[in-house]
Design a protein around this ligand. Structure first.
Ligand SMILES: [Zn+2]
Length: 196
């Protein structure tokens, strides 16, 4: 089932999400719906707060990036079929010199900006079977994980922009909250006027 994606301005996107336990109701069904929702919107990641649930859960599938000609063959092979579920994740360490990448977000359609992040992360998380992992990721995979991880911490990529950039996109963000935007996937807008 395709779920509506919560748009910029909804308080759920600003909340620090809570851990879940192994007996979370119908986790399997939730993951299935989240993957379907993400693929339908051509996303490479989706966090639970983006469908209105303030829980520490996100998905990543970087396969669409593997067709991007801007990456080397080696990078493309790595990005292809990188599909993962992250539950109760904690980033233990971030290393290296910050690099910029043009990021977007399914909750903030049509806004793309360069965001600086460190290239190497060590993350502890549980997978969909509640098996614990501690892994190191780098490059674009780390970048997508960092973006989704921010969602469960209540942070959006627009929070990381300079105050100048923030001012430039303010009107656009307000319009997104009001639903004044053309988007081809289901969304829920916090400030949309109720239709009579
Ligand atoms: Zn996002």
């Amino acid at each position: 089932m395709i779920l509506p994606i919560v748009a910029y301005g909804d308080p759920v996107l600003k909340r620090k999400a809570k851990e879940i336990s192994q007996d979370y109701p119908n986790l399997e069904g939730l993951l299935e719906n989240m993957f379907e929702t993400m693929y339908n919107a051509y996303g490479v990641g989706l966090a639970a707060p983006q469908i209105g649930l303030p829980i520490r859960l996100f998905l990543v599938d970087t396969t669409p990036f593997s067709e991007d000609e801007n990456f080397t063959e080696e990078e493309k092979n790595e990005l292809k079929d990188f599909k993962r579920v992250f539950i109760n994740a904690t980033i233990l360490e971030e290393e290296g010199d910050e690099w910029a990448f043009n990021e977007g977000c399914l909750s903030i359609p049509d806004v793309r900006e360069d965001v600086f992040r460190q290239p190497v992360i060590t993350i502890e998380y549980y997978d969909e079977n509640f098996k614990k992992h501690t892994e190191k990721f780098n490059g674009l995979i780390a970048r997508v994980i960092q973006h989704e991880y921010d969602h469960i911490e209540g942070i959006l990529f627009t929070d990381k922009l300079s105050s100048f950039k923030k001012r430039l996109i303010k009107g656009k963000l307000n319009n997104i909250s009001k639903g004044k935007i053309n988007v081809d996937y289901r969304m829920r807008f916090p400030d949309q006027k109720k239709k009579r």
